[in-house]
Design a protein around this ligand. Structure first.
Ligand code: ADP
Ligand code: ZN
Ligand code: ZN
Length: 803
């Protein structure tokens, strides 16, 4: 090819044609990444296809080929085109999100001589003073171009000389994307664990002592790179301690997950009939989607495992998507255990080099079972036969930045293109999926009971208004909950307590003037975090000191209102001083592998009570948990979002489903001030069908999805007038509304200011997806013509939340 069309990560709906230099003509293929000049910049783009010589105009040359083999094959390129089209996202953005090794690539500055520099260097060789830094730089670069890092290592004082040579035009700099050295990364893939106490007389440095003590207090193995962030200089100290056999240093297990024991199980009759239907579809080798609706604890994972076995036996590969691998180490472990070397796990906690290694094994066809999160849907799996989407209702499948795709839906499209079977699994399917099953688009398979006929947990709803009337106390825990927790403690059983809000108090208000303390960047209240002694914004992380007087009126009567998971933990310590309590929320799980450590500890029985936000409700299977308490079911019910009921139902049902999964039966206590709300009621009965029937009526009546397609059109700007004006212009543009489209707004967004930007939105609702798509494209063009900042207009197709 002499010319090629390249897609670049710029917010324009077009591709760009470049000429290929002689050396690259036979090496560039569609799907390879290239470095090209774009205006004054150099950008990495993806080659889409060869092109004809352009009729007129000057054309620039491709600078460098970054891949000898395509990173995106034809199948993935066409999936990228579909995403770009369906979600109205620029193709360049989509392809960038799909290219896997972006993490492996690191920006490097490379210096080389200009022609003038070459002349200057030659004169130097003819006998100039070599002692000054500038001459040394020229001398080094004479041999070959060098990275900035290398130059500075050779000449620690050369920074100024380099800048000056660049300014004079003797040397030039290029931003290159260099491959990372995988060996360097692998040196960091070590795990440390405590071995033996230090003997008297053994001298340890302060760091060694600290690390040794830390490991003793935190049993288990710890990733060395992560330890570096808790104990300064851990790596060095670790090596020295390991030499003296005080701690152990071992290479990381290849997956970083806990391998689960146990041979394949014999499927029970329900699992078997589910498996047989999937197996038959795999045999047919044609696209088909199943909705596997199985109550919590019904053994869905085992059905996935068997289906994957079948898929492999037919000579094809399988892809399993999960909401968050860090949260489901046991599931990942089961896969590793069952499929060994054939598994690749795309784990967000992996280092770049590890991730690259898994990616290469997948593309090379060595790994035929791939487990990943949302972006795993882009894994270069060869000969795909089966895609499983576990917990298909989970919100984390939707990406909240451009391209705003839903990994579940993309997975189905990918399966269709590959002639593969898709299996969506959940105890609480999304309304969309369940409705698709009703319409015959998906085949519904039901697992109606728990493994070994274990009973579903008994759920009690506790009316906190009544509790208040009887006790005259505003308490976090009802008497019933306190009593039940003590019973578990006495019996050595475990408790999980859910409160879906982190922090200590939810906000601070002034009793005198009513002022609520707000974020300076966002129109939301700040949350009190006691451990950090800070008021924190949960949207932008802005932090400030806890005020002692009202910033508005100076009154001292500040009132801390509401409860967060941090306060729940503290009150538990007060009520149960001897209980061993762990908390899991975004404040306690800083390191990515931290989830696993806490969960593992809980599973091993190192804690009696686990407190946390919704992350504790997701899919965990811990047999000794016999009590699940929901501290408040009400958070989320009042949100101005048509999915509020669905979310609450899913959260409560999933949380309840954590109880009584082993031999011991479990109970669930749900505290609420809305005991008659249907989401709470159906969740307490673990009645998905009842909830679905009621909710689907509401959606139909209101013409909400699945009875319409939605798009959220949002404009944002640091200047309020500008945001307002843009939204008004869009509103005018859509008035009268295009046929078949209903336009709501423009109106202030539910969070009117976020990260210092003012936000207004319009909601488009329609039965006609094609019309919706055309309209959105039209708006994008309009914004472009008006020269709006490309980031100002946000198009969200199939939004999951309107907040
Ligand atoms: P779900 O994902 O449907 O909530 P899991 O897949 O976590 O349920 O299974 C629940 C428990 O039942 C797990 O501990 C699993 O190992 C066990 N299990 C699954 N299938 C069988 C079976 N056929 N026989 C015995 N135990 C099983
Ligand atoms: Zn005040
Ligand atoms: Zn904020």
């Amino acid at each position: 090819m002499d010319y090629c069309d390249v897609s670049l990560p710029v917010p324009l709906d077009q591709t760009f044609t470049y000429q290929l230099p002689e050396t690259l003509k036979h090496r560039v293929q569609p799907g390879c990444r290239v470095l090209v000049p774009f205006g004054a910049r150099k950008l990495t783009g993806v080659v889409l296809n060869g092109a004809d010589a352009p009729a007129a105009g000057s054309i620039k040359e491709v600078l460098r080929l970054l891949d000898e083999e395509p990173v995106l094959d034809a199948e993935l390129l066409s999936l990228g085109r579909w995403i770009s089209q369906y979600y109205c996202a620029p193709l360049g953005d989509v392809l960038r999100a799909m290219t896997p090794l972006s993490g492996e690539i690191r920006k490097t500055k490379v210096y080389s001589l200009t022609d003038a520099g070459r002349d200057a260097a030659r004169q130097l060789i003819l006998g100039a003073d070599e002692s000054d830094a500038a001459s040394q730089v020229l001398g080094l670069l004479e041999a070959r171009p060098l990275s900035a890092a290398y130059l500075l290592k050779k000449l620690p004082n050369g920074r100024r000389a380099i800048a000056s040579l660049e300014k004079k035009g003797f040397i030039e700099v290029e931003d290159l994307e260099a491959d990372r050295d995988p060996l360097r990364a692998s040196a960091r893939r070590l795990r440390a664990s405590w071995l033996a106490p230090a003997l008297d007389g053994v001298k340890l440095t302060k760091r060694e002592r600290e690390l040794h003590a830390f490991l003793e207090l935190h049993p288990g193995t710890h990733n060395l790179a992560e330890l570096d962030s808790s104990v300064t200089g851990a790596s060095q100290a670790a090596r020295s301690l390991a030499r003296r056999k005080l701690i152990a240093l071992d290479p990381e297990a290849p997956t970083g997950v806990f391998a689960a024991e146990g041979p394949p199980r014999t499927l029970n009759p329900h699992q078997l009939q589910a498996y047989q239907q999937i197996e038959e579809a795999l045999r047919g080798a044609a696209f088909r989607t199943f909705l596997l609706e199985g109550v919590t604890g019904s053994g869905k994972t085992e059905v996935y495992l068997k289906s994957i076995d079948a898929c492999l036996a037919f000579g094809r590969s399988a892809l399993l998507l999960v909401p968050e691998i860090g949260l489901t180490p046991a599931v990942a472990g089961q896969f590793f255990h069952r499929f060994g070397d054939r598994v690749a796990i795309l784990h967000s906690a992996f280092h770049d080099a590890e991730r690259a290694e898994h990616w290469r094994r997948i593309r090379g066809g060595l790994a035929t079972v791939v487990v990943g999160t949302r972006s795993g849907v882009f894994a270069p799996v060869r000969n795909l036969g089966l895609v499983v989407i576990d917990e298909e209702h989970d919100q984390s499948y939707k990406q909240q930045e451009s391209p705003r795709y839903n990994g579940r839906d993309v997975a189905i499209v990918r399966a269709q293109a590959a002639g593969a079977v898709a299996v969506l699994g959940s105890a609480t399917p999304s309304l969309e999926s369940r409705y698709n099953a009703e319409r015959g688009k998906y085949t519904r398979i039901v697992l109606p009971e728990r493994i070994e006929r274990r009973p579903m947990p008994d759920v009690e709803v506790i009316d906190m208004r009544q509790e208040f009337l009887e006790t005259r106390k505003q308490a976090t825990f009802s008497r019933r909950l306190v009593e039940s927790v003590s019973e578990r403690l006495d019996r050595g059983e475990q408790t999980m307590l859910l409160l879906n809000r982190r922090g200590f108090s939810s906000f601070v208000a002034c009793r005198a003037c009513g002022e609520r303390l707000q974020c300076v960047n966002c129109a939301v209240t700040l949350t009190y975090h006691r451990r950090d002694r800070r008021m924190l914004c949960h949207y932008c992380n802005y932090a400030e000191k806890v005020p002692s007087v009202c910033p508005k009126c100076g009154s001292e009567y500040l009132h801390f209102i509401g409860t967060g998971s941090e306060k729940v933990e503290e009150e538990l310590h007060r009520d149960f001083p001897t209980a061993r309590i762990a908390r899991m929320d975004r404040d306690t799980v800083s390191g990515k592998r931290h989830f696993e450590t806490i969960l593992h500890g809980f599973r091993e029985g190192n804690f009696d009570i686990l407190v946390g936000t919704q992350m504790i409700a997701k899919g965990h299977d811990i047999p000794n948990v016999t009590l699940v308490g929901v501290v408040s079911a009400d958070i989320g019910l009042g949100l101005p979002d048509f999915r509020a009921a669905e979310r609450t139902f899913q959260l409560l049902t999933q949380a309840a489903g954590r109880a009584g999964r082993g031999e011991l039966p479990g109970i669930v206590l749900i505290q609420t001030i809305n005991p008659e709300h249907y989401a709470v009621r159906y969740a307490s009965e673990q009645n998905y069908e009842g909830f679905y029937q009621k909710e689907i009526q509401f959606r139909k009546l209101m013409r909400y999805p699945p009875f319409s397609a939605l798009a959220n059109v949002l404009v944002r700007s640091q200047k309020q007038e500008e945001a307002l004006e843009m939204s008004t212009e869009l509103g005018r543009r859509l008035d009268p509304a295009p046929e078949g489209l209903k336009v709501l707004g423009p109106a202030e967004a539910p969070v009117p200011k976020l990260k210092s930007e003012f936000r207004y939105q319009l909601l488009l609702k329609t039965l006609d997806r094609k019309r919706l798509n055309e309209t959105l494209r039209e708006l994008r063009r309009f914004a472009h013509e008006r020269k709006w900042n490309p980031a100002a207009l946000v198009l969200d197709v199939d939004p999951l939340t309107l907040l």
